[in-house]
Design a protein around this ligand. Structure first.
Ligand code: SAM
Length: 333
């Protein structure tokens, strides 16, 4: 069904909701989000009630028209024209660059993942959005089995090649989307995911899937770039990320991460915040950012206020430092 075919159904649905809420407002029954009050405050209440309705109307309209359509894309045309296709195009061609990337091949977060796996020699591990396979390579000597999972078959081919070169016979590769995992419930003892979630089209859906395939009592560690949260810094960060790589969806703030993990049914165990230095030339070369977009990022960097320049420690050659976090969660039941 196209966006336009959905409109009449949506309008009917909104009319029903609107009717129900207006009846409540006319009887001076407060709407759920409006405080019950007496006297002149009632009039204000009613205004606020209608404002709330308007906001809800537009929220729902946007959701029905755009987000609903994007979700349809993800299932119907995912590998041809949807976001998954864009991710695959961006990363497929750059698989070797991600295998070689020193930013990805090392880091204290990899040490933290390895520490989590200590004493788990019989564990089955999922590396979700494995990219060049650095988490899988770190996990393989410590556990029984690793499944390196990614959208990009080219990435997986590179992982399989390096695994064979290094003699890791316990790494299997599997292609697919984080949002729909082809594994049975409670299949894995540990789920690890690093620098991938900010590309996921369905962030909440993928987290729910990660919980589903984790056994009760199992642990998951999500490692990613995080937004500092503050509007100014957030807008700048998402801006440069998107200009660099159009498959970027969002670097979530820690608050967004912890809310989404809780909504997916995970129990929070720990959050480790870190800073990561990025060499500008290598950062853009890795994903083959076109020159015009490189110039745009450089122009933005020079135009931003001291607040932004200081937070991201922007250097003369464009290199900078971002916030990352490793969030450890458990599936309690
Ligand atoms: C930066 S790389 C990951 C790096 C890697 N985990 C590491 O630690 O070196 C991001 C990877 O996420 C994958 N990816 C993005 N969206 C995905 C999705 N929805 N499902 C599965 N994989 C996805 C991309 O194909 C890409 O290989």
């Amino acid at each position: 069904m196209t966006v336009f075919e959905r409109v009449p159904q949506f309008v009917d649905e909104m009319r029903d909701i609107d009717r129900g809420q207006r009846i409540g407002a006319e009887n001076d029954q407060p709407l759920a989000r409006v405080e019950p009050q007496q006297g002149p405050a009632r009039v204000q209440n009613r205004q606020r009630a209608f404002q709330a309705l308007e906001i809800e109307f537009f929220d729902r309209l946007i959701h029905a028209l755009f987000i609903g359509q994007c979700q349809a894309d993800a299932t119907e045309d995912e590998m041809t024209s949807g976001h998954a296709a864009l991710v695959t195009r961006q990363f497929g061609a750059r698989a070797e660059a991600y295998v070689e990337s020193s930013v990805h091949a090392q880091g204290a977060d990899l040490d933290q993942a390895a520490a989590l796996l200590q004493g788990q020699s019989t564990a089955r591990v999922l590396d979700l959005g494995c990219g060049g396979g650095h988490v899988s390579f770190r996990a393989a000597p410590l556990v029984a089995e690793v499944t390196a999972y990614d959208l990009s078959v080219d990435m997986l081919a590179a992982v399989a090649r390096v695994a064979a070169e290094r003699g890791f016979a316990n790494i299997a590769t599997q292609q697919g989307r984080a949002e729909t995992l082809p594994f049975p419930d409670a299949h894995f003892d540990v789920v690890l995911s690093r620098y991938s979630a900010h590309h996921w089209h369905g962030f909440g859906q993928a987290l729910a899937e990660a919980r589903r395939v984790l056994r009760p009592g199992g642990r998951a560690l999500f490692m990613d770039v995080v937004s500092p949260g503050l509007g100014l810094l957030d807008t700048y960060l998402q801006g440069i990320e998107l200009i660099r790589d159009p498959s970027h969806v969002r670097d979530y703030s820690l608050a967004e991460w912890t809310d989404a993990l809780a909504a997916a049914g995970f129990a929070l165990k720990s959050v480790t915040a870190r800073r990561l230095h990025l060499d500008f030339a290598t950062w853009v070369a890795r994903i083959a950012t076109p020159q015009m977009q490189i110039d745009t990022i450089r122009a933005l960097q020079t135009q931003m206020s001291e607040d932004v320049a200081a937070h991201f420690a922007i250097e003369a050659d464009g290199s900078f430092t971002i916030d990352t976090a490793a969030i450890e969660v458990a599936r309690d039941r």
